[in-house]
Design a binder for this molecule. Structure first.
Ligand code: 1CP
Length: 358
């Protein structure tokens, strides 16, 4: 098991000067691919996640087809909620359903202690298979961050406004804190398992944390996220901390000491990077719907993201959030090729003119 420190992806996370900008796509394995849909006709989503051979296969297929610079293991942030006793289902129409949401002291007390090695081992097995089959491809392991997991547990599924989560947090800060502490320990255990299985980088998805204001983020979220990132740093592999609608709190996210901060499409990348600090790597941030547009629009918007990066070392190109299921896979591949070509050219130009960060 190599550490792949010499790969373009890991060198970029470490903010080394590189020959071009690396790229991978959020949810690069998924329903926009006919091959994925064919597998999903035979098995349901949770079975796919729990069958290591199949999970590794869809992971491999996505990075091979797109020729990305990293892969992300096929799994889901909600998987730990099942052994926790919350009752996880994916209903028709594909929204997650939590059968036993957390609403009070009694429902919190009913959550079950478990070990990831015992109950989520299928994720480790999928990682082991992938690393054996693609030993030169950097593999990202991941987990949901405590706030985002807590929001599913409290809302009982997806939400737009997170009313129940915030009300619970304000009315019972003691219970909310104890839930966050519990999810933090699970997340650390889960990420450690993935690192031992061979993941080269670990990503923390706090997809919905942008629903909070800065005060609540600093008080209720940052200490827990910081603890998780410290645990990843102790594993001596890079970490990525990602959320959406976080333009007003990127500096606070950066304070967790994550190696890299994920930026969604709402922010200007150059302003975002200044807020994060140039001593960190950044990942993002093309608007995912761009891939439904014509190629000339894609070229313009990719140019804009690369220009905003100022081609500083430490930018990983990605979408600002998950790829849309309506995306033509050929367009996704076009984007990957385009980022490789344009970023190579820009870096050559910069080094010829002797200007800028290169
Ligand atoms: O029918 C299907 O096949 C289900 C669709 C699907 C897929 C492809 C779900 C259900 N999860 C996934 C895979 C997945 N989920 C991956 C690995 C794939 C890859 O990146 O290549 C990852 C990293 C996730 C992470 C995930 N799951 C997040 C965080 C990332 C994000 O998009 O913000 C979240 C919030 C989830 C929850 C989830 N999983 C699935 C659904 C429908 C949802 C709910 C989303 C919501 O609440 O709006």
């Amino acid at each position: 098991m190599g550490n792949l420190d010499d790969s373009l992806f890991i060198r970029t996370l470490n903010r080394q000067k590189t020959e071009r900008t690396p790229i991978w796509l959020l949810r690069q394995a998924g329903r926009y691919q006919p091959e994925y849909r064919a597998i999903r006709e035979k098995v349901d989503f949770l079975t796919l996640c729990k069958t290591p051979q199949l999970a590794a296969q869809v992971t491999t297929f996505a990075c091979d087809q797109l020729e990305t610079d990293a892969a992300i293991i096929f799994a889901d942030i909600l998987l730990p909620l099942e052994p926790l006793g919350a009752g996880l289902r994916f209903a028709k129409g594909d929204g997650p359903v939590i059968d036993h949401p957390v609403a009070d002291e009694a429902s919190l007390a009913r959550l079950v202690d478990f070990s990831c090695d015992e109950h989520l081992h299928f994720v480790a097995e999928a990682i082991e298979i992938f690393v054996r089959e693609r030993p030169r491809m950097p593999l990202i392991g991941f987990a949901g961050a405590p706030f985002t997991l807590a929001s599913y547990l409290i809302e009982g599924g997806s939400s737009r406004s997170f009313d129940k989560t915030k009300t619970f947090m304000y009315r019972r800060p003691d219970l909310f804190e104890s839930l966050m502490q519990r999810l933090t320990l699970i997340t650390i255990d889960y990420l450690q398992m993935q690192q031992k299985a061979g993941a080269h980088c670990l990503m923390l998805f706090d997809s919905w944390v942008g629903a909070l204001d800065r005060y609540d983020f600093a008080r209720h979220v940052e200490p827990h996220a910081t603890k998780i990132i410290a645990a990843v740093n102790a594993m001596r592999i890079p970490s990525i901390y990602f959320g959406t609608a976080t333009g007003g709190m990127l500096d606070l996210m950066s304070a967790t000491k994550a190696t890299c901060i994920g930026v969604d499409w709402r922010s200007d990348l150059s302003q975002a990077w200044r807020m994060i600090g140039h001593d960190r790597a950044v990942q993002g941030n093309l608007e995912p719907l761009t891939l439904l547009a014509d190629k000339d629009v894609i070229v313009d918007k990719v140019q804009a993201v690369l220009d905003q990066s100022q081609m500083r070392p430490g930018h990983i190109f990605n979408l600002g959030h998950g790829i849309m299921k309506e995306t033509d896979p050929d367009k996704a591949r076009y984007l990957v090729d385009l980022v490789k070509e344009l970023s190579t050219r820009k870096i050559e130009e910069l080094s010829r003119s002797g200007q800028g960060a290169r």
